[in-house]
Design a protein around this ligand. Structure first.
Ligand SMILES: [Zn+2]
Ligand SMILES: [Zn+2]
Length: 405
C-alpha cells in the first residue's frame, strides 16, 4: 500500500484544549465523498475503505449515487467489466478467501457486495476509524447537475427534483434536513462540484437555505474547480456567494463553509481521473462519533486540506491566527482573504487582504471586513494532483467580522 512520509505527520497531531470548559478535542481527518461498485466507482467497497484506513484517515463517507450500501446486491465478475477476476483475487489476498462471496448462475459469476453494516463491523475501531453512512443525492434540472452529499443518513433519500435549479437544490436540502429531524440524527448536506458541466452559479450558492456547505475543492478532474470553462473558480464563487449572503441577506444570510473531497471513483491507480487522497477535511471534535463530527462541522470547526496540516485555528473578536504544522524545507504562504464592507458589489475577484510566510500567521481585523477567511499554500507539489503543478493547500473557514462602532 501507499506510504507517504507527510501523512505520518498526522499521527503527531497534539491533543488540543479548547473551549472554556477545557474539554479535550482533537482533529479528525476524513473524506465525505467516495464512490464504489454500489454506484459508478470501480472498486468493491472494502477495497475503497481499506485505502483510507491504510492512509491515516479517521472517518469516511461512502457516498454512492442515490443508493446506500444496504440490502443484497450481486455484481457480475467479467474480465472487461468493472469487477474483474483480478480484483476479486486481490480481495482474497487482502481479506481472506472466506470474505469473498461468489455465486455462479446460468449466465454469470457474481460477487456479493458487502453492506455498510458489514464494512462497519470489519473496519471500525473506537476512536480510530469510523464509517459515516451517506449518499450523493444525484439530481438534475435540465442540463444542470445538482449533486448534494447527505452525511449521516439512516436510510437512502430519493432525489426530489424541482422546477428550477434553485428549487431542485432547495428541495433536496429540505428533504435531507427533514430526514435528520425525523430520525433524530445530526445530518449534514454539502453541495458538490458547482462548476461540473457549468451547472451552478453564484446565486445558487448564495440562495441556499437551511444548510451551508459546499465543495471548494473536489478531486475529480472533470469538475472544473479552477473555472476554466465556468465563469468563476470555486474560490471566487465562494467569495461572491459569501458577499451575497452576509451583505445582502441572500439565502438565510448565514456563512458558507467549504470542504475538500476526493469524489474518488478510480481506486486502483495513482494518476487517474478521480483517485483517493486528493482532498479531505480536518474536523475538531471531542469524539469520533458521527453526530459529534457533524455537529463540529455545523459549528464551522473544521478546515479543508489538500496536503497542508494545521495545528490550530484561533479566531477572536480582533484576530484570526492560523498555526501550521510545518515540515522541513517547505514554505507556507498564508493569504487572508475577504471583502470590505465598502467594496464595489460587483467585485469579481477575492481580495487578498494580507499575505505572510510567518507561522503562526496572524491577521488583525480592521473592523471594516465583512468576513475573513484564509488559504495556506505550500510550495510542495501534491503527490496525487488534481491538475499538474498543484501544490498542497489548506482552506480555513470564513468568519464574520464584527463592525467597529
Ligand atoms: Zn457528483
Ligand atoms: Zn460523486
Amino acid at each position: 500500500m501507499m506510504k507517504r512520509t507527510h501523512l505520518a505527520a498526522l499521527l503527531l497531531v497534539p491533543i488540543l484544549k479548547c473551549g472554556a470548559g477545557g474539554d479535550e478535542s482533537r482533529w479528525y481527518r476524513g473524506n465525505t465523498h467516495t464512490h464504489t461498485l454500489w454506484s459508478d466507482g470501480d472498486a468493491p467497497p472494502e477495497h475503497a475503505v481499506k485505502w483510507y484506513v491504510d492512509n491515516d484517515y479517521d472517518f469516511l463517507v461512502l457516498s454512492d449515487h442515490n443508493v446506500m450500501q444496504q440490502g443484497e446486491r450481486w455484481f457480475e465478475i467479467t474480465p472487461d467489466g468493472r469487477l474483474t477476476p483480478a480484483k476479486t483475487a486481490a480481495l482474497e489476498t487482502d481479506f481472506g478467501a472466506e470474505w469473498v462471496e461468489t455465486r455462479t448462475t446460468e449466465d454469470a459469476t457474481e460477487m456479493r457486495l458487502r453492506t455498510l453494516a458489514e464494512l462497519k463491523s470489519r473496519f471500525e475501531k473506537n476512536d480510530d476509524f469510523l464509517l459515516i453512512p451517506g449518499e450523493e443525492v444525484t439530481d438534475r434540472y435540465r442540463l444542470a447537475e445538482v449533486h448534494i452529499n447527505a452525511v449521516n443518513l439512516e436510510h437512502s433519500i430519493e432525489p426530489q427534483h424541482g422546477d428550477s435549479v434553485e428549487e431542485t437544490i432547495q428541495n433536496n436540502l429540505d428533504a435531507i434536513r427533514a430526514h435528520g429531524v425525523e430520525n433524530d440524527r445530526s445530518v449534514l448536506a454539502h453541495l458538490n462540484h458547482p462548476n461540473f458541466r457549468g451547472s451552478l452559479g453564484v446565486e445558487n450558492l448564495a440562495n441556499m437555505k437551511g444548510e451551508r456547505f459546499f465543495e471548494v475543492y473536489n478531486g475529480h478532474r472533470s469538475v472544473d474547480n479552477e473555472g476554466a470553462k465556468a465563469k468563476h473558480s470555486t474560490e471566487v464563487l465562494w467569495d461572491l456567494a459569501l458577499t451575497r449572503r452576509l451583505r445582502d441577506g441572500a439565502g438565510d444570510g448565514e456563512i458558507l463553509f467549504g470542504l475538500a473531497t476526493d469524489d474518488a471513483h478510480d481506486h486502483y491507480e495513482v494518476d487517474a481521473v478521480s483517485v483517493p487522497g486528493r482532498g479531505w477535511i480536518m474536523v475538531r471534535s471531542k469524539s469520533l462519533e458521527a453526530d459529534a463530527i457533524v455537529d463540529a462541522m455545523k459549528r464551522g470547526d473544521f478546515y479543508a486540506s489538500s496536503g497542508v496540516t494545521l495545528e490550530d485555528i484561533v479566531v477572536t473578536d480582533d484576530t484570526m491566527t492560523v498555526s501550521i504544522m510545518t515540515e522541513p524545507d517547505v514554505t507556507y504562504t498564508t493569504e487572508f482573504i475577504g471583502i470590505m464592507r465598502g467594496d464595489d458589489p460587483d467585485t469579481t475577484q477575492p481580495r487578498v487582504l494580507a499575505s505572510t510566510t510567518a507561522n503562526p500567521a496572524v491577521h488583525r481585523f480592521s473592523g471594516d471586513e465583512l468576513y475573513v477567511r484564509a488559504r495556506v499554500i505550500s510550495d510542495r507539489p501534491h503527490p496525487r494532483p488534481y491538475a499538474k503543478g498543484d501544490f498542497e493547500q489548506a482552506w480555513v473557514q470564513p468568519t464574520v467580522v464584527q463592525e467597529r462602532p
